[in-house]
Design a protein around this ligand. Structure first.
Ligand code: HXC
Length: 287
C-alpha cells in the first residue's frame, strides 16, 4: 500500500488553498505587492490593500479583484503607514468587512537615491518613518488578528490539511548586508524592518504566528529598477553583470515566494529571510 502523498508533500499552488482567508497588505497597489496579492486572490483568498494615494489604491483593488470572479478585494486609500491610528482603523475595517486577517504583508516603502552629502536629516527620517516605523505600525495593527487566525488554523501538518493562517511577511532589501552607495537611509530602515520581523517571529511564534522577510533583488519593470536605471545607469549596468543568474527577476517570482511562505509548505519557516535576487547580493562589491 502506498503512503498517502500528504505524509511527505504539501499541496501548494493548488486552486483554493487560500479559500476564505484574508490578506492585509500595505503598499498593495505597488508593482511587487500587487502581484503578491494577485497570487493570493487567484488561489482563493480575499484581500485588503492599503495605500496613500486614494485613486491608485482603489483602482489597484479593482484590478486585483479581476483575477478571480467572486473575490472580495478592498482598497483603502488615504492611509499613511506613519499614522498608527489610520492604519489600525484600516485593519479593523478589513477584519470587519472580510471576516478577520489571516495574513499580512508590510510592503509600503519610500525610497530615492541620494548621496549622504545631499541627504537632509528630514530626508533620512522620512524613509525611516515610512519603512521602519510604518512596518512596526502595520505589525501592531494586525497582530491581534494574526494570533486569532493562528489559533484557529493551528492543526496544520495533519493528514487532512485545514489551511494556514497567522503569517506575516515583511518586504526588505539587501542594501544593508554589505552597504550600498546612495542608499544609507534605506539600508538603515530595512535593517530595522528585518529586526522587527525577527522579533515578531520570536515573540509571537509561541502563539502560532510566523514572520518572515522577502527580499526582492532587481525586479524588471518596477519603480525601483526604473528609477535606478534613469538616475545611475552606469552602476545599474555593473550590477546586472553581477547577477549570477544573468537576468532581472520577475514580479511573479516574488509572488511565488509569497505563496510558498503562506502555504502549508512554509509552515515551519519562521524568523527567516527569503532573498529572491538571482544570487546578486553575494556578488555585490565584486567587479
Ligand atoms: C534627496 C530627498 C529626495 C531626493 C525627497 N527628499 N526626495 N532628498 N534626494 N531624491 C527629501 C525632501 O527634500 C525632504 O527633506 C524629505 O526627503 C521628505 O520629503 P517629502 O517629499 O516631504 O516626503 P513625502 O511626501 O513623505 O514622500 C516620501 C518620499 C517619496 C519617500 C520622499 O519619494 C515617496 O512618497 N515615495 C513613495 C513611493 C516610493 O518611493 N516607492 C519606491 C519603492 S521601491 P527636507 O530636508 O527638504 O525637508 C523600493 C525598492 C528600492 O523601495 C529601489 C531602489 C531605488
Amino acid at each position: 500500500m502506498s503512503v498517502p502523498r500528504q505524509k511527505y508533500l504539501s499541496s501548494v499552488w493548488r486552486d483554493g488553498i487560500f479559500a476564505d482567508k484574508v490578506l492585509f497588505c500595505t503598499g498593495g497597489a505597488g508593482t511587487i505587492c500587487s502581484m503578491q496579492v494577485r497570487a493570493f486572490v487567484a488561489l482563493g483568498g480575499n484581500a485588503c490593500i492599503i495605500g496613500r494615494n486614494v485613486e491608485k489604491t482603489e483602482k489597484g483593488a479593482e484590478d486585483i479583484a479581476t483575477v478571480r470572479s467572486g473575490s472580495k478585494v478592498i482598497g483603502i486609500g488615504g492611509v499613511d503607514v506613519r499614522d498608527p491610528k489610520a492604519l489600525q482603523a484600516a485593519a479593523d475595517r478589513c477584519a470587519k468587512e472580510l471576516g478577520g486577517i489571516d495574513f499580512a504583508i508590510a510592503g509600503a516603502a519610500g525610497n530615492f537615491l541620494a548621496p549622504m552629502a545631499q541627504l537632509s536629516p528630514n530626508a533620512f527620517k522620512t524613509v525611516m518613518d515610512i519603512d521602519a516605523l510604518g512596518s512596526y505600525n502595520t505589525t501592531k495593527a494586525v497582530l491581534p488578528y494574526l494570533v486569532e487566525s493562528a489559533q484557529k488554523y493551528k492543526n496544520i501538518g495533519s493528514s487532512q490539511p485545514t489551511g494556514t493562517g497567522g503569517r506575516m511577511i515583511f518586504i526588505s532589501a539587501t542594501f544593508h548586508y554589505k552597504g550600498q552607495p546612495l542608499q544609507a537611509h534605506v539600508a538603515a530602515a530595512k535593517a530595522a524592518v528585518d529586526q522587527i520581523s525577527h522579533s515578531v517571529a520570536i515573540e509571537y511564534g509561541p502563539y502560532g504566528v510566523t514572520s518572515n522577510i522577502i527580499t526582492p533583488g532587481p525586479i524588471a519593470n518596477t519603480e525601483g529598477v526604473e528609477r535606478l536605471s534613469k538616475t545611475d545607469p552606469k552602476s545599474m549596468k555593473a550590477s546586472m553583470k553581477r547577477i549570477p543568474l544573468g537576468r532581472y527577476g520577475e514580479v511573479k517570482e516574488i509572488a511565488d515566494a509569497t505563496v510558498y511562505l503562506f502555504s502549508e509548505a512554509g509552515s515551519y519557516v519562521n524568523g527567516n529571510t527569503l532573498v529572491v535576487d538571482g544570487g546578486q547580493w553575494r556578488t555585490s562589491g565584486a567587479s
